[in-house]
Design a protein around this ligand. Structure first.
Ligand SMILES: [Zn+2]
Length: 152
């Protein structure tokens, strides 16, 4: 799987303090969503239980300039929250793609990080396929280690 190398490298360079657990199926889905949406950015919610992300909720990108920013469609957001609640899942992460730039939050991403409890995932397709995760709280960006684990 193409993610492996990046994830090992990320795991080695980050502290123990901030981690998020994800299943391999979720990573594959994120890559697929990013490639399908390009040159537009894709976006969505990542949900699960007990800190393990197992479910992907793709949301329509309703941003004015979808090739360089994302803004999740409000109806899709409400629908996703409804489904999560019905299934007893919690919102653990929010993802979007950078079709043509590195996997680091843009100024707009930081400004629109409305969910401080969630981990923000960015999938980059260029210059190389890359996946990074961050906590964005009050304008402060902090790297989070992505731990790949099989579902329970
Ligand atoms: Zn972005």
């Amino acid at each position: 799987m193409s993610w492996s190398w990046t994830l090992v490298r990320t795991a080695c360079s980050s502290s123990e303090a901030s981690r998020i657990r994800v299943t391999p199926a979720v990573l594959e889905r994120l890559e697929r969503e990013a490639r399908r949406a390009a040159p537009r950015e894709c976006c969505g919610f990542l949900a699960g239980r007990r800190g393990l992300i197992e479910v992907v909720y793709p949301l329509r990108n309703a941003a004015a300039r979808p090739t360089v920013e994302y803004f999740a469609d409000v109806r899709d957001v409400l629908e996703a929250f409804r489904t999560m609640r019905a299934r007893g899942e919690e919102l653990l992460g929010i993802y979007h793609s950078h079709p043509a730039s590195a996997a680091y939050p843009s100024a707009t991403d930081v400004e629109r990080a409305y969910y401080p409890e969630a981990v923000y995932f960015i999938i980059s397709l260029q210059p190389t396929l890359d996946l990074r995760a961050y906590r964005i709280i009050s304008g402060k960006v902090e790297a989070v280690t992505i731990e790949v684990v099989e579902g329970a």
